[in-house]
Write a protein that binds this ligand. Sequence first.
Ligand SMILES: *Cc1c(COP(=O)(O)O)cnc(C)c1O
Length: 334
Amino acid sequence: MSMTQPFVDLGEIERARDAISGTVRMTPVNLSPSLTAHAGVPVHLKLEHTQLTGSFKLRGATNAVASLTGAEKRRGVVGVSTGNHGRGLAFAARAAGVKCIICMSRLVPQAKIDGIKAQGADVRIIGSSQDEAQLEVDRLVAEDGMTMIPPFDHRKIIAGQGTVALEVLEQVPDAATVLVPLSGGGLISGVAAALKASRPDVRVVGISMERGAAMHACLKAGKPVLVEELPTLADSLGGGIGLDNRLTFAMTRDLVDDVILVTEAEIAAAIRHAYWQERQIIEGSGSVGIAALLARKIESPGPVVAILSGGNIDMNQHHRIISGEDVDVTQEAA
Ligand SMILES: *Cc1c(COP(=O)(O)O)cnc(C)c1O
C-alpha cells in the first residue's frame, strides 16, 4: 500500500542503541544444554525477560521517548497498553523525567493497574472498553498536546527493539537461526532489519500462538486483516496489527523467513521446561521459541538463538503450570 514507509535500517538501530544505553540493560545469553541435546545444534537463550520492566518493550519505549523534541517532552506521553508496553513506556518516561499517562478501562485487573503504577505512570481509568480508553488518549493528544506512543508500528519503537539483535550478533556470532516471539511485529521487524543487514544468511523465524495469530493471518491474506483475539497463555502476543499498518506488516513480510505457530499445550510445556531445566521464570509469550524447539518445529543447520522476550506472568498461574496442573485459559470469557 502507498501508506507504507521506508523500512527501518541498521543505522537507525545503531543510533537507537546509543540513545538507550543509559537506561536499558544489555541482557545475557545462556547456552541451554538440554535444548542443545534435544535439537542437535547449540541452542542459546537470550534472557530478555531479565530486562528492566521484565521485557524488551523498554528498549523501543526508551528510544521513542528519547526521540521527542524538548517541547514534546514537556507535554508528556500517553498510551493505552496495560501490558509490557505500558510498563516499558512508564519506566522510560520516568527515567527521562517525562510525564506519562496510561489510559485503561474499568475492566482491567487490579494486578495490571498496579504493575503500571509501580513504574511511575499516572493511570487514568476511563469507561468500560479499550475503545473508550483510546478516546481519552485521543483527547489528551488533541487538547493537551501529549504524544501517543504506540506499541509496535512506529520507527523509533522498531529501531529500539532491533537493538536486541545487535547484542545477539556480538554474543552468538555464528547464529544460524533466531527465534522471535511475534505479535504486532515490532520486535521481529527490528531484529530482522539488524540481522539481515549484517548477516543475510541468518534465518529469522517468528513464533506465535495458534489462538489468534494476527500477523500470520495477515501474511496469508497478503494484507492487514482483522483477527479475533482469543484467550491464550501467550497473552502478550494477542491483539491485531492495525488495518492501517505502516511498517511492521511489510517489514515482516519482506524480511522474515518463516512464521511458526505453537499450541497452548506446547506453550505450557515450554514454561515448565524454562523453569525446571533452565531455572528461568518466563511468561507464555516469552516461551514460544522454546515451545517450537521442544515440539521439533524448528530445523536449523547451525546454532539457534531463542529470544525469551518477557517474564511478566501471574505467579499463581506460573505456579500451577510448573506444578503440572493442566491450566486451560481458553475457556475464559474473552
Ligand atoms: C510485545 C511482546 C511480544 C511481541 O512483540 P511485537 O513487537 O508486538 O511483535 C513478545 N513477547 C513479549 C513478552 C511481549 O511483551
